[in-house]
Design a protein around this ligand. Structure first.
Ligand code: FAD
Length: 291
């Protein structure tokens, strides 16, 4: 099924994001996690698109195996980074050939991270919206896009960013998944701003529980945004005890998900980092409190 159809069915959507592994050991960890998540019968699972060579092949390979060897619906991410239009066409063809109909159309970050200036491939694309249009033109695919409750670092302001989301929806995006964030109000403001531009596609909140102190810095690097002090204070208060940090991180994520769902979010997209236990615990906490 397409994610469009699954979201239209009206049930809350729960999905889990993985990245392509770089070593045989990491591959084993990934598949153990995917098998555990499979038992929860999520709406879909997604596989990120790496910054270069080998992990890109890994994205196609893992996504294909999910499509063929599991009961899960896979979503393959795709970015414009360092690809010509022809190369993008062939990746879309590879997804289609593996039975993958769901793709997340992204621009991607420069290889040095979100703090570096964006440079398009000379025969490539400048913005995700062009990739939405390309995927749409190539067949009956279901296309998702990125959204940013805390604003994309390059966007002039929150409103300009919401307008971009509305334009991506108009170009054929069926739904959006957000960057990780920590404020429920920021998510609802994004939904309202997008709606003001006529954008009513489902916007799935992307949630990543913090499980250790080092991740605070890593998350800020990945998103280009600092974590709110309301969150970091709670984590630093127990930083001497790694087990407590993990528990507080799971608690913070569970509280956020509860606010989002009770406020009308259509589901939750969990970023797993290929370890299923923390996000599975948040998911189970939600079943306990919201069913
Ligand atoms: P765009 O929509 O192109 O937006 C980029 C910037 O340009 C924004 O500031 C936007 O406001 C502006 N903009 C967009 N269109 C226009 C226009 N027409 N005119 C003027 N300005 C415009 N990265 C990876 O490398 N691999 C992944 O697998 C991956 N998965 C992700 C999954 C999710 C759910 C999210 C939220 C992000 C993911 N990313 C991934 C990171 C993402 O690629 C970066 O955040 C990137 O910087 C922005 O991507 P985008 O698709 O939103 O780009």
């Amino acid at each position: 099924p397409t994610i469009r159809e699954l979201l239209a069915a009206g049930n809350r959507s729960f999905s889990f994001e993985f990245f392509p592994p770089k070593t045989p050991e990491a591959e084993e960890v990934l598949w153990r996690s995917i098998r555990e998540i499979e038992q929860l019968r999520p709406t879909f699972v997604s596989i990120t698109y790496g910054a270069g060579g080998t992990t890109r092949d890994g994205t196609i390979r893992v996504t294909e195996r999910v499509a063929q060897d599991t009961s899960l619906t896979p979503l393959g991410h795709l970015t414009c980074v360092a690809h010509s239009r022809d190369e993008l066409r062939s990746v879309i063809g590879a997804y289609a050939g593996s039975g993958v109909r769901n793709m997340l159309a992204l621009r991607g970050d420069p290889p040095g991270g979100p703090s570096q200036p964006w440079v398009a491939h000379p025969e490539g694309m400048n913005h995700a919206i062009e990739l939405v249009e390309l995927i749409r033109s190539l067949g009956d695919f279901c296309v998702g896009v990125a959204a940013f409750p805390d604003k994309h670092p390059e966007a002039a302001d929150l409103d300009a960013d919401a307008r971009v989301l509305a334009e991506k929806a108009e170009a054929g995006a069926d739904y959006a998944i957000t960057q990780m964030f920590f404020g429920a109000d920021d998510y609802f403001s994004l939904v309202d701003r997008a709606a003001a531009y006529g954008c009513d596609i489902p916007i799935l909140p992307g949630i990543m529980p913090v499980t250790n102190i080092k991740q605070i810095k890593r998350m800020a690097e990945l998103t280009g945004m600092a974590l709110p002090t309301a969150v970091t204070d709670r984590l630093h208060a127990v930083e001497e005890d790694p087990k407590a940090v993990r528990e507080v991180g799971i608690e913070i994520a569970s509280e956020l998900c509860e606010k989002l769902l009770s406020g009308g979010a259509p589901g939750i997209h969990f970023i797993t980092l290929n370890r299923s236990t923390a996000t599975r615990q948040v998911y189970l906490n939600l079943q306990g409190t919201t069913v």
